[in-house]
Write a protein that binds this ligand. Structure first.
Ligand code: SF4
Length: 76
């Protein structure tokens, strides 16, 4: 997948630590950044494609992405 979207990532230069919360309720700061990120959809799709397991991507935690994958499987 083309990864040009990374150039427009709102998280560029930010502390990567906030994107790897231990618990989902610690993901609030990361989600706030993702919420205003112009490449949120591309980022989420990249992570959902299975390339990224850990961390917050496209505003979704690992657990939330697993849920999304399950929902998509059910509706496919
Ligand atoms: S959606 Fe979030 S994790 Fe993805 S590029 Fe944007 S700010 Fe970074």
């Amino acid at each position: 997948m083309n990864q040009n979207w990374r150039e427009h990532a709102a998280c560029q230069g930010l502390d990567p630590e906030i994107f790897y919360p231990v618990e989902d309720d610690e993901a609030v700061p990361a989600k706030a950044v993702c919420a205003v990120c112009p490449v949120k959809v591309a980022c989420l799709e990249y992570a959902l494609s299975g390339r990224e397991r850990d961390g917050v991507w496209g505003g979704a935690t690992e657990r939330e992405r697993r849920r999304l994958v399950r929902q998509r499987r059910r509706t496919a």
